[in-house]
Design a protein around this ligand. Structure first.
Ligand SMILES: C[S@@+](CC[C@H](N)C(=O)[O-])C[C@H]1O[C@@H](n2cnc3c(N)ncnc32)[C@H](O)[C@@H]1O
Length: 269
């Protein structure tokens, strides 16, 4: 059983949580039997999920490296997940030690492990905010105490928005977050899809629903809507395994395996 502190009483072990299911899929130890059970059921329907998750982490690493080299010094990462090395700040600060990072998640288990996210370089800064992406104004206001919204920020919503239904204003809240950013800012977004295997997608959605978790895979066109008004960088919105400029982990893919995640990076003009 993982050690959970502070606030273990806030951890609900009676039902699976996305952060913990993802941790199990990535081979982490910060999950419970309910999370493992759901992950195993998902893997039985779609065995490519492990590759999708690993390749998604590779996308985060390569996009962050690209952004740091492009001069971005501020990062707002929403839906951070349980820390998994290397974390975003480690990548950004390895290139730009003065980078400032605000991490956000709404799952109390992430707060329990936030210490790993807060080991900043002395020149830079990291900060953790427990908040829900469905409250974008609060995130902008509180992140604004650490980040300068008058300067470019990389906003990352990596494997997050498929947990937000259309009815919860998914497009509107991303638009509000992007509106708050200065020109020259970037949106880094990856998102689950059922394109290519609608039946598997429906089965996975039903599994999550029975566990009390909303999952809303989106088509390429639906994910592309999150980037409206932004200028695509590199390969645009593609399967996460195809994302360039420099994704090295494409060798993770076995022949013919089709990952179920789209990824893209775009600049605010
Ligand atoms: C699949 S994990 C992705 C973690 C990390 N971004 C990555 O791609 O490696 C999704 C994360 O989003 C968080 N999340 C889900 N719904 C959220 C919401 N409404 N507000 C903030 N975070 C949320 C979960 O707790 C989980 O940590």
């Amino acid at each position: 059983m993982p050690e959970l502190e502070p606030g273990p009483s806030r951890i609900d072990t009676s039902r699976p949580h996305p952060a913990r299911v993802y941790d199990y899929i990535l081979g982490g130890k910060n999950n419970y039997p309910v999370d493992e059970e759901l992950a195993k059921r998902v893997l039985a329907i779609d065995p490519t999920v492990t590759t999708s998750a690993r390749t998604n982490r590779a996308f985060m690493r390569h996009a962050t490296e690209w952004l740091a080299r492009a001069g971005i010094r501020q990062y707002l990462d929403i839906g951070t997940g349980i820390p998994t090395e290397p974390n975003l700040h480690q990548i950004a600060q390895a290139i730009a030690p003065d980078a400032r990072i605000v991490y956000t998640d709404n799952d109390p288990i992430v707060l329990c492990h936030a210490e790993a996210l807060l080991r900043s370089t002395p020149q830079g800064l990291t900060h953790y905010l427990e908040a829900d992406v469905r409250d974008p104004d609060r995130i902008v206001q509180q992140a604004g105490e650490v980040l300068d919204f008058g300067e470019p920020i990389a906003l990352s919503l990596i494997s997050l928005m498929h947990f937000i239904d259309d009815g919860d204003g998914a497009y509107d809240l991303v638009r509000r977050l992007v509106e708050a950013l200065a020109p020259g800012s970037h949106l880094v977004l990856s998102h689950a899809t059922a394109d290519g295997d609608a039946q598997a997608g429906e089965e996975v959605v039903a599994l999550y629903r029975r566990s009390g978790v909303t999952l809303r895979p989106r088509s390429h066109a639906e994910v592309a809507r999150f980037f409206e008004g932004l200028e695509p960088v590199g390969s645009g919105l593609v399967r996460v395994s195809d994302w360039r400029p420099d994704i090295a982990e494409s060798t993770l893919l076995t022949d013919g395996e089709q990952v179920t995640v789209y990824a893209g990076l775009a600049r605010k003009p």
